[in-house]
Design a protein around this ligand. Structure first.
Ligand code: ZN
Length: 217
């Protein structure tokens, strides 16, 4: 087993795509190739990996944009939550595991930002690809208070399940750094320091003021 894990800038709104693979098995997956499918596929080629799946963390266009081109280049299957706007070739429900060589990517269904949101956890190396659920120092946008409550529940579940040393790999480069850990976010992300869901909703409402006060962009 030899892990290949690359975070790739794909353009758009500071989007990140990912390449995850097992060098010995010669297999890999692309996560959210987005606006740069050819670049992400090229990384797989350079690493000697056959791409088996193109996984979407969720169905927003800035994450699925590159699917068609990536499929054309690789012949891989598209995998996403069954509630995704476009029916995936492979449906990934909560608790499902996608096998990549000797790696296993465990899916957590994490609605809130949208109904079909998934995060992907690799338990040997404690890697968590968080899409638009969790950014460095922030959380994903929601349209309504009901969605925000749902997102809170999703966050509590992920943070209640995974160890502090888990590294966090978001869908956009919105934070002070391009990646983080569960432990660091637990202690520094203002949305995760909220004592309860009401404080979480309050902070969302006050976010513009909070950012100004804290000098955040
Ligand atoms: Zn999104």
């Amino acid at each position: 087993m030899c892990l290949i894990f690359e975070q790739i800038r794909t353009g758009g709104d500071r989007n990140f795509g990912y390449l995850v693979g097992d060098r010995e098995a010669g297999e890999g997956v692309l996560i959210d190739p987005s606006y740069s499918p050819a670049v992400v596929v090229e990384r797989a080629t350079v690493q000697g990996l056959t791409v088996t799946h193109i996984i979407n963390t969720h169905g927003h266009a800035d994450h699925t944009e590159g699917n068609a081109k990536a499929v054309e280049l690789t012949g891989a299957l598209v995998a996403a939550h069954p509630d995704a706007p476009d029916q995936p070739d492979v449906a990934l429900a909560d608790g499902d595991e996608l096998v990549v060589g000797r790696l296993r990517l465990r899916c957590f269904h994490t609605p809130g930002h949208c109904v079909d949101h998934l995060v992907l956890y690799e338990s040997q190396y404690h890697l968590l690809v968080t899409g638009d659920l969790l950014f460095v120092g922030k959380v994903g946008g929601t349209k309504t208070d009901t969605d925000a409550r749902t997102e809170w529940t999703s966050l509590q579940r992920v943070f209640g399940t995974l160890p502090n040393e888990t590294t966090v790999w978001p869908g956009h480069d919105y934070g002070a750094r391009p990646s983080s850990t569960i432990g660091l976010e637990r202690h520094t992300n203002p949305f995760l320091r909220c004592v309860d869901v009401d404080a979480f909703l309050q902070l969302r409402g006050d976010w513009a003021d909070y950012k100004r006060q804290m000098g955040l962009k």
